[in-house]
Design a protein around this ligand. Structure first.
Ligand code: HEC
Ligand code: HEC
Length: 291
């Protein structure tokens, strides 16, 4: 009886452990993988391989929930935020989720590999293995396709809103985009192709994630967008957005207003003209009579 109970307890513990590991993997993929890899190099954020031994569990939980606030108290957090230039966005995950993610990171960080990767993360993201896959070498057609995807001229294969409804890019062929999210003119310089790839395949920002959750971008679309971002970030110096584009709604409204006013004015002049004609007519009649 006792033995059976122990058996049940052990299997329950094992079961919850595997659930935890699975959860950790899914949670990592969903919330962190856009910006972090485990052992595949730096993306938007540092490679997290071995971070479980470099930082305490409590440290990681504090950092993930609110990096900026934590950075004001903790010197290590401050140092890494300064290194990357901006604080990691707060992640809306529970302590238990973070613990599951840490176990997933630990399970994928073999002990002997930890020492080398916990030092400074590699500065450059690993270059794409095949030069044909590097957006910097993309054809003009791919760049143009990226532009059209961004502006919504080309529909996304799986549906989903065009990027321009939330983002702006300075480009001669584009009207001004949304101001809801960051300007992406220089995004390629900021995060490189690995970072853009990560963000577009699993957007970590709630507003964007909900737009593409059921309508994921295809690999081809992501490549074309990256090619476009690479091209605008290089050409931005020469690109001056036409000023009238900035206020298309305002001017459109202004034009409509003028049209309405002129219609009213025309009707008025028309009436007035009749009166004038009538005056002349009467005068003519009078002068005819006085002769
Ligand atoms: C939008 C990109 C982004 C997302 C999403 C993101 N991080 Fe980060 N993370 C960063 C950046 C950038 C840094 C570098 C420090 C900084 O700038 O704040 C960082 C740093 C870290 C660090 C400190 C690493 C070290 O060496 O000390 C940990 C730990 C971490 N992130 C864990 C996570 C976890 C866990 C998730 C998912 C729940 C996550 N991050 C999601 C961008 C992100
Ligand atoms: C519903 C609004 C919305 C749409 C549509 C949208 N995004 Fe975003 N995007 C955001 C938000 C919010 C952020 C978070 C950063 C911010 O506040 O700007 C973001 C961040 C990004 C970033 C990271 C920027 C940085 O420098 O940190 C990239 C890259 C990006 N979006 C690309 C795209 C592309 C490409 C598309 C079209 C396929 C797209 N977005 C469509 C809302 C949106």
């Amino acid at each position: 009886m006792k033995l059976k109970l122990i058996g049940v307890t052990v299997s329950m513990a094992l079961y919850s452990l595997t659930i935890n590991a699975q959860d950790g993997e899914a949670l990592f993929k969903q919330n962190c993988s856009a910006c972090h890899s485990i052992g595949k190099g730096k993306l938007v954020g540092p490679d997290l391989k071995g971070v479980n031994t470099k930082r305490s569990e409590e440290w990681i939980i504090n950092f993930v929930k609110n990096a900026q606030a934590f950075g004001e108290k903790d010197a290590d957090a401050k140092a890494i935020i300064t290194e990357y230039g901006y604080p990691m966005p707060n992640q809306n995950v529970s302590d238990a989720d973070i613990k599951a993610i840490i176990s997933h990171i630990a399970a994928n960080s073999p002990a002997e590999a930890v020492a080398e990767t916990t030092e400074a993360a590699p500065v450059e993201a690993a270059p794409a293995a095949d030069p044909a896959l590097d957006p910097a070498n993309a054809s003009k057609e791919a760049v143009l396709a990226g532009l059209n995807i961004f502006s919504g001229k080309q529909r996304l294969e799986n549906g989903g809103v065009s990027c321009i409804s939330c983002h702006n890019v300075n480009h001669d062929d584009l009207v001004a985009g949304g101001l809801l999210a960051k300007d992406l003119t220089k995004v390629y310089e900021r995060m490189g192709s690995a970072g853009i790839n990560g963000i577009l395949s699993a957007p970590p920002f709630p507003a964007m994630a909900s737009s593409y959750k059921d309508n994921p971008l295809t690999e081809k679309e992501i490549f074309q967008l990256a090619a476009f971002f690479n091209s605008v970030s290089k050409e931005d110096v020469y690109s001056h957005q036409r000023a009238y584009n900035d206020n298309i709604l305002l001017y459109g409204g202004g034009v409509a207003f003028l049209v309405i006013v002129s219609i009213i004015l025309l009707m008025f002049i028309e009436r007035k003209r009749k009166c004038v004609k009538e005056d002349i007519y009467k005068r003519q009649i009078k002068s005819a009579c006085s002769k």
